[in-house]
Design a protein around this ligand. Sequence first.
Ligand code: GUN
Length: 756
Amino acid sequence: MPVWSDQPRPDPEACRESDEGLFEVTVRDGRARLGKLYTKHGVLETPALLPVINPNIRTIEPREMWDRYGIGALITNSYIIWKHDKLKEIATTNGVHELLNYPGVIMTDSGTFQSYVYGDVEVGVEEIVEFQRSIGVDIATMLDVFSRPDMKHSEVSAAVEETLERSQLSVDTAQDTMLNGPIQGGLFPDLRKKSAMEMSKFDFSIHPIGGIVPIMEQQRYREYAKIMLSTLPFLPSNRPVHMFGCGHPMLFPMSIALGADLFDSAAYALFARDGRILTPWGTEKLEGLIEWPIIMPCISSHTPEEVRKMDKDDRMKLLSKYNLEITLAELSRCRQAVRDGDIWRLVEQRSHQHPALRDAFLWLTTNPATAKYIKLNHDDIPLDEITSSQDFSNQGGWESGWNWILDAQLTPRKGGEQWAGSDTFSRPHITAARNLLFDRWHPRKSTEIGSDSVLIFYGQSGPWRDRCDAVVAKILQYVPGLEIMINTPIGLVPYSLEDLNPFCHIEGPDWLWKNKLDMAKIAQELDNFGLAGKAIIPVDLRKDNFETLVFEKMNKFESSVKAELVDGQIKILDEELFKQGHLKLNRLKAADKFSVLFNINHEVAQEMSHSMQFVVNKYGRIKNVLSSSGQHLASFRLGDGGLSLNNSGAIELFARRRKQLPKTFSQTSIAPYAGEGLAVVVVDDDAEPFIRKGRNVFHGFVLACDPWLRPGEACLICDKAGNLLGHGVSVSTVEDLASMKKGVAIKTRDGIKEDA
Ligand code: GUN
């Protein structure tokens, strides 16, 4: 299928009646999601841009938007249609699709924006929704009350209240027409949160974020981000989020990464009227251009000079198309980035292109109020600036929003982490990976020799196992209590997790690794790991004789008196002891992976590891973990350092669960539940035979789940009587499981037969 085509496109097919109004998530990258919205006029793929059509001035024909650009939905204003007798008559007689000559999804706005611009509108709350329903729109909008950023708390509060008061009548009037329930709240996080929580209680299909146009016009993007963080965590995730009036491509990556699904834009036409061009990095003027900033199909055979000389109307039409093409291309880029798991990298790249975006990005990713652990290596923003970012208002609300972003990050993932300067260190999935270690990994409770010290390998990139495994096995033989860590550009990682992504595979210049150890940062890191106060034994891996170094440093421990150095290598005095050192290392690797990746209590994991057996490949790397009786519990994934659960492992871990099964979906949060085991998902009895056969769990069949369930993480599936039916990997957040009605919820890895 071509992206844009000169051929007419067939009209859309209506979705199944039972699916109408449902929203399904098909791909996710953190809170960014690709989805499908089911309507009578086709299935709309999101994130989507709904171009604004002024029914009086049709700069680009809606039919061309459908045929040429494949635009699946547009938005027009029902108040304008209602006010103009001619438009009203056609719409009432033939429907809005005929009026606009457009076969796809039509959303209409209600007149709220006109009320904001002109002070008032003549239409009633019930009347405008009834009108939208009567002309056959797919998605109508209630008459909400616009909250401006310059309003006082009491004024905004009144706007929120009035919108709430109008909601039930609007929902009742809309009947089976899908209805937008806009969220107001101005710049006040407490009011945004309240609006989100209260509006969620009504039967709306979509929640637009309202009142943001002046904020975008004033380029207050930090505030825009704060509004998203104080609103989206409190909306049901089965309802798409629409950024009302947001159509500048510059804002797409950040908005999508923070959870936006829909955008609407009059910008493509408005900017064209002023001879301006929208680009992903801002706005440019046609005046003075010698060459195009981006070459797009509609403009490719014209020079800027030729376009300047065009007749006003033709120029506006052509620039509108050009703006629309650039806008759509940026949206495609964002969708692909979500598929590639790269949306935050795009946000990062785009943030460099506009000062206000950069400010918003740094505020999001480095603000200590929103981050649990002090960030490493971020030195391009003064601390007092980010800590004093209270201009928004002094009432909290957005702080937890960043955890909401972090808790949905997928980690570990495959492939290298491309270094791109200090921003790399605050990518949300890296922060999430670090937080998982800090929350779930624990030092061994050891009184053995060496337990007062930490050995830190540094100076060289991974993989470390080929070079260091044998040395570590020898160290563990002589100094069994020693903790061993590796210093990576994104922080310390326990040696036992040396193949864990993203720590093990950072693509960047060599000097990233060769930096000297920064002892202040190391102390902070050790504190995060619960290793504060331990003596630090640094070992520089760049040294050819690094084993000699280890030997010399080990010598301070009494237990090492027998150790000998031969040809720069620590002599193996006793093969059996050396083998035991290797086994100890393998057990440590398994125990720590079970703790960090399956959320098993570290003491339980260590105890389990004592009876584990290991199948290793020809390089000695663990492939499979077996129980003492040879049952296959789990496999080490070589691609990302993850762990894949097997049936025997699922049965064993389920048997160890002492906590009651979840009965509901509670407020999600991961950190307080470290060590509570694999999250359990309880499904409806109807799903049982399918899960036992290994089929996926679908939304609508999940009754409850543990609050620490994370997308991308393994989970157990059972029925409400407590029978284990299978295990899988969640593709959902807790909020998704609580609200979604369509699509895959859990990818089942295997079902468990009744007699297993
Ligand atoms: N268009 C832009 N902002 C808004 C808003 O807050 N409410 C409505 N209904 N439409 C808008």
